[in-house]
Design a protein around this ligand. Structure first.
Ligand SMILES: Cc1cc2nc3c(=O)[nH]c(=O)nc-3n(C[C@H](O)[C@H](O)[C@H](O)COP(=O)(O)OP(=O)(O)OC[C@H]3O[C@@H](n4cnc5c(N)ncnc54)[C@H](O)[C@@H]3O)c2cc1C
Length: 384
């Protein structure tokens, strides 16, 4: 196992200080290791996640070569040649487990933002105190965007949140964590080859959730109630002005509708599986409030916005992969983790084999299936 940093590198180095997992503790499962502490419904801090993964590395005796960056993987006659910062390797098979979120995804319009405005990605952001005083424009209203918008607004900086397509969820539903419902009702068990639009499922933004001891819901209504200003999707920069799309009402109704449909699915599952008695009564939540007026543009040169935080998602970095196995969008072409090159495999990607693959708890089943394929591949001598 080659790791450029240390075990749990992404959790140590690429996350902001206040972040907690949005999955509850009992859901952080790795093969043979489960949460056994006093707070199964709580959410791990980054230090706790790091300790959890370190523990797994020790228990599983994973042969990790830390501080070893892979700089190139290329195909040879009988497998792959791997170049690293600590030497060369030859192998018959390679498992790519380098993560799906190696780089923040920042749209090209960032290049047109005036130099007087500071720009940050979630990889640069640690806590509000590092930002200049004054207004902040947070772009993107998925898990990262809503969490940073709330934290920055509470720090006394006026926040404008640019909202595009998003997934709205309550933190708890009928008395249980909403991710309990995803797990129990089988939504997360849906296989990649049963998903109607797999490309879309793999690109779906993260849900508007935050892990807090109070189990609070952090949707757009919650943000508006603490004073965050909501605007539409950032469409362009013209003459130093940020131009936002209109039509917030439609964007909000779509997210509300999808949430209602999901809650209906949960209710149906509880009813047909005789689980109604163990949970609270069905709940419905107020629609997302559309502000009386929304700004369609902001003058970026006026000094109102001092910082832009790009919470516009993440993407993998395959800059080191010299194998033609990527699609036009730079994503790895694979069938349930079996990549489009003999002996090349992937783990840890969204909806790799099931919807739960996106999360830590998805790895056990995925790894079993992928390694099973890999073992069969290696068992046939000379076949490449
Ligand atoms: C902000 C954020 C919040 C998240 N919250 C949750 C959550 O609450 N619950 C949950 O279940 N999941 C969450 N996830 C998803 C979670 O990160 C993944 O499910 C999980 O990290 C996948 O583990 P991984 O080991 O495959 O990838 P990673 O954790 O990304 O690990 C990949 C490793 O590969 C190393 N690497 C990369 N390139 C190279 C190279 N060229 N050479 C050597 N080493 C390399 C990296 O240093 C890193 O250590 C979150 C993700 C993000 C980005």
């Amino acid at each position: 196992m080659l790791e450029r940093g240390e075990v749990a590198n992404s959790w140590r180095t690429e996350r902001w200080d206040s972040l907690r997992l949005l999955t509850p503790n009992w859901q952080s499962r790795l093969p043979g290791l489960r949460y056994v502490g006093p707070d199964p419904d709580g959410y791990m801090t980054m230090a706790e996640v790091t300790a959890f993964i370190e523990r797994f590395a020790a228990l599983s005796r994973a042969p990790v070569r830390a501080g070893t960056t892979v700089t190139s993987v290329r195909r040879t006659d009988d497998g792959y040649h791997v170049s690293t910062t600590r030497g060369e390797l030859a192998c018959r098979a390679v498992v790519i487990a380098s993560g799906a979120c190696n780089q923040p995804s920042v749209p090209a319009l960032a290049g047109a933002v005036p130099a007087s405005v500071e720009q940050l990605t979630p990889f640069d952001y640690r806590d509000p105190a590092k930002l200049p005083d004054g207004g902040v424009l947070v772009v993107g209203a998925s898990a990262t965007g809503v969490q940073l918008a709330a934290e920055l607004q509470r720090s006394g900086r006026p926040v404008t949140l640019s909202v595009g397509e998003h997934v709205r969820l309550p933190r708890t539903y009928r008395g249980r964590d909403v991710l309990w419902w995803m797990d129990a009702s089988g939504v997360w068990d849906q296989r990649y080859d049963e998903v109607e639009d797999l490309t879309r499922a793999r690109r779906l933004p993260s849900p508007q959730l935050v892990g807090t001891p109070e189990r609070t819901t952090l949707d757009l209504n919650a943000l508006a109630s603490i004073g965050v200003e909501l605007t539409g999707r950032w469409a362009a920069v013209r003459d130093g002005r940020a131009l936002f799309s209109g039509g917030l009402r439609n964007v909000f109704s779509l997210a509300d509708l999808k949430m209602r449909r999901l809650l209906d699915t949960f209710d149906e599952w509880a009813r047909t599986n005789g689980r109604d008695a163990e949970v609270g009564p069905p709940e419905r939540f107020p629609p997302t409030g559309v502000p009386a007026s929304t700004r369609l543009q902001v003058d970026l040169g006026s000094g109102e916005i001092r910082t832009i935080v790009w919470a516009t998602g993440f993407r993998p970095d395959y800059g080191w992969l010299d194998v033609p196995a990527l699609d036009a969008k730079g994503q790895l072409r694979h069938e349930g983790g079996v990549a489009d090159s003999p002996g090349l495999y992937a783990l840890g990607l969204p909806v790799l084999r099931r919807r739960r693959s996106t999360f830590i708890c998805g790895i056990e089943d995925d790894a079993r299936a992928v390694i099973d394929h890999l073992a069969r591949y290696l068992a046939v001598p000379g076949v490449i």
